[in-house]
Design a protein around this ligand. Structure first.
Ligand SMILES: Nc1ncnc2c1ncn2[C@@H]1O[C@H](COP(=O)(O)OP(=O)(O)OP(=O)(O)O)[C@@H](O)[C@H]1O
Ligand SMILES: O=C(CO)[C@H](O)[C@H](O)COP(=O)(O)O
Length: 300
């Protein structure tokens, strides 16, 4: 935790929509004149794509559990170090995991390298003079033996569609943007299930705010659905952790007044139409980010 160099983390499973939520944050940052240091969670994987396949084959041969969701395939100590170092100094190291030909081309032209999809770019220093660290990925709230990333985030946001929807989003995105067949993605979902339960889900009890999208159309068999339910075909449950409401001065009455057709489903949850998710995020998150930056500037 750091008032001088705040850390904002958006955490969610693969396909949950963290990249989509990242764009909402970027919009807030631009409007508020805030310069973030943006870090992608996938850059804290332990292995490049080739070595990952080998490590996975070895684990499977030994009957061991192994996936991108768990500690064995990620550098949680490095991620913790980044949050800590940034909080102390405003600095740290970052890199990128190149998922696609397009991402490889973008970074190769920036760095003068000839890296392939599935490789990391070299570690590089975070640019100087940023206002906050913004992490988006799988593990912004992990806690385990020898690491506690969650406690170093000043604001921790969970992006958690209900599981059927998350799978539909993952299958569709992996196919459209990463070239994987639906069958290959279903295999990945299955293989990752123990780590999903042990390392992804527990994070959402540590988050300050969760955005949980729930479809209002039938998604009973997520493996047969190719079209992602649209925002208008969903509700979003916005849940505030006990204490987060007081910490960030969340005013439920104001939110209910401002967001058409919103309602409270529990003393700590507001429900909004899916199409209002961006607006709700803006209303809730802008004052929080604003206050963070004000507190930082007061320290000089
Ligand atoms: N609120 C939303 N409404 C409609 N579609 C959404 C929403 N959020 C995400 N999606 C869709 O779901 C898919 C996955 O979203 P996204 O790429 O943001 O996931 P992610 O969490 O960043 O995944 P990864 O961590 O694996 O990169 C995308 O096709 C995206 O357009
Ligand atoms: O979405 C993911 C995690 O968020 C990917 O599965 C992970 O980054 C590895 O990518 P790939 O399987 O394409 O090498």
């Amino acid at each position: 935790m750091s008032k001088r160099h705040p850390v904002v983390a958006v955490t969610g499973s693969s396909g949950a929509g963290t990249s989509t939520v990242k764009r909402a944050f970027e919009y807030i940052f631009t409007r508020e004149g805030i310069t973030p240091a943006v870090v992608e969670g996938d850059s804290y994987h332990r292995y490049e794509r080739g070595p990952m396949k080998e490590a996975m084959a070895a684990a499977v041969a030994k009957g061991e559990n192994f996936s991108h969701f768990g500690p064995e395939a990620n550098l949680f100590d490095k991620l913790q170090e980044l949050f800590h170092t940034y909080g102390e100094t405003g600095g740290g190291q970052k890199r990128y995991y190149l998922h696609s030909v397009e991402e490889a081309a973008e970074h190769n032209s920036r760095l003068g390298t000839s890296l392939e999809p599935g490789q990391f770019t070299p570690w590089e220093p975070i640019p100087g003079a940023t206002d906050l660290l913004f992490y988006e990925g799988l593990h912004g709230g992990v806690v385990g033996e020898g690491y506690d990333v969650a406690s170093l985030a000043d604001l921790l946001v969970g992006v958690v569609p209900i599981t059927n929807l998350e799978w539909i989003q993952k299958i569709s995105r992996d196919n459209a943007e990463r070239g994987y067949s639906a069958e290959a993605t279903v295999d990945t979902i299955l293989r990752r299930m123990p780590d999903y339960i042990n390392h992804i889900c527990p994070q959402f009890s540590r988050t300050d705010i969760n955005f949980q999208r729930v479809p209002t159309v039938d998604t009973s068999n997520p493996f047969m659905i190719r079209n992602i339910p649209t925002p208008d075909e969903s509700f979003v449950i916005i849940h505030f952790r006990k204490g987060a409401r007081e910490k960030w001065g969340i005013d439920f009455t104001y939110l209910l007044d401002m967001i058409h057709d919103s309602f409270m489903s529990s003393p700590t949850s507001i429900v909004v139409n899916g199409g209002k998710m961006g607006f709700a995020m803006e209303l809730i998150l802008t004052p929080i980010i604003h206050r963070m930056i004000e507190d930082k500037r007061k320290l000089g």
